[in-house]
Design a protein around this ligand. Structure first.
Ligand SMILES: Cc1ncc(COP(=O)(O)O)c(C=O)c1O
Length: 378
């Protein structure tokens, strides 16, 4: 079976983790934590990084930092992981959902403006499967309406976005460095991994300070064990950060490898276009192709679940695409999104899956996966 994801770790990670064990710096303080936060924030073009225990915690901390009032609305895509909507709801807010773009699978930013009301407080963009969201229109709307932009960059380590197109000084910006606050996941299937891990990055001193406090139980600085607020225990360990530091310096190579793997898939599957939709890249985007998604064309007489079963029989592991937030019973039970329809996201959820896409994938495996896809769809 070709696994859907296998991380690729190196000698440097082993050396750094060993140093933690040798020196006893195994908990939530130490040089690797500081380095990881500094290096990752700087890679994104942000001032501050606050490492946390996972990407879900990063989202929760980010919403804790912007301080939603009960009933504040947050515009976000329906097509994403539950961590995003959960963070809004847990912070007392109400998610307002937009559908996806059928081509790049990111949120359809054209739908955002019509949803803004006096109760809207923030826009959460989620860069999808390696591809950036079109950020300029989002930032312009946010500026006009005084909204905070949270970028969930869990899936786009190192992806770039061409900002200021058509103006005098367009420039490539790193995803996670464009909104007011951004979050990352470093789960084992991400481009940079710490096993489990996450980070909040921002340029804003107050957000950074608050994220540090929320991460560590909101201990007051004037008197430890005195609390005036409820925080979280979202700390990352120095050992996990050591694994991350081992990879940050080679992020360029990691991105290159992901882009190369995607190109190898596309070259082999291009002739199936029409039967299956492949990942695309906008002219203003440099995708990192976090996963290689396939969406079945309308004339294919079965859904992605059946496609996955057939691929599994041929030794290929896959994962289904997300199921939109508006289709989640857990939110219907809370009187959210009942009766909402988002046709693009619904189609992606039923017709989409991703094939093995990890950094350890070999070109021979890409060949075998592509042959299996041909056998089923040709
Ligand atoms: C877009 C997005 N946000 C958040 C998360 C949550 O990250 P974690 O699994 O580290 O909690 C993920 C996980 O894959 C994700 O894809």
């Amino acid at each position: 079976m070709i696994p859907v994801n296998e991380p690729l770790l190196g000698d440097r990670e082993l050396e750094y983790v060993s140093e933690c064990i040798r020196t006893g710096w195994i908990s939530s303080a130490g040089r690797f934590l500081e380095d990881f936060e500094e290096q990752w924030a700087s890679f994104c073009g942000m001032k501050y990084g606050v490492a946390v225990s996972n990407g879900t915690a990063a989202l929760q901390a980010a919403f804790g930092c912007i301080g939603l009032r009960p009933g504040d609305k947050v515009i976000m895509p329906t097509f994403t992981i539950i961590s995003c909507a959960m963070a809004v709801v847990r912070a007392g807010g109400i998610p307002v959902l937009v559908d996806s773009d059928p081509d790049d699978w990111c949120m359809d930013v054209g739908q955002v403006e019509a949803l803004i009301t006096p109760r809207t407080r923030a826009i959460m963009v989620v860069h999808m499967y390696g591809h950036p969201v079109d950020m300029d229109p989002v930032m312009a709307l946010a500026a006009r309406h005084g909204l905070t932009v949270i970028e969930d960059a869990a899936e786009v380590h190192g992806a770039e976005y061409l900002s200021g197109r058509g103006g005098p000084a367009p420039r490539w910006r790193t995803c996670g460095g464009i909104g007011h606050v951004a979050t990352f996941s470093f789960f084992a299937n991400k481009l940079v991994t710490t096993g489990e891990g996450g980070m909040v990055v921002t340029d804003d001193d107050r957000i950074a300070e608050r994220a540090r406090s929320l991460r560590n139980l909101c201990f007051r600085t004037d008197r430890r064990f005195l609390h005036t607020e409820l925080g979280h225990q979202f700390r990352l360990t120095n050992m996990q950060a050591a694994v991350g530091v081992g990879q940050v310096r080679r992020i360029g190579k990691i991105v290159e490898r992901k882009r190369w793997l995607a190109a190898e898939y596309t070259r082999r599957l291009e002739d199936l276009r029409g039967r299956v939709q492949l990942p695309m890249e906008r002219s203003w985007a440099r995708s990192v192709f976090w996963v290689y998604g396939l969406v079945l064309g309308d004339d294919v007489p079965f859904e992605a679940v059946e496609f996955a079963t057939r691929l599994k029989r041929l030794g290929v592991e896959t994962r289904p695409f997300f199921l939109g937030m508006h289709e989640q019973p857990v939110f219907h039970d809370r009187n959210l999104f009942q009766g909402e329809r988002h046709p693009v996201a619904e189609r992606l959820a039923r017709r989409g899956l991703y094939v093995p896409s990890g950094l350890a994938l070999t070109v021979e495996q890409v060949e075998r996966v592509s042959a299996a896809v041909h056998e089923i769809l040709a």
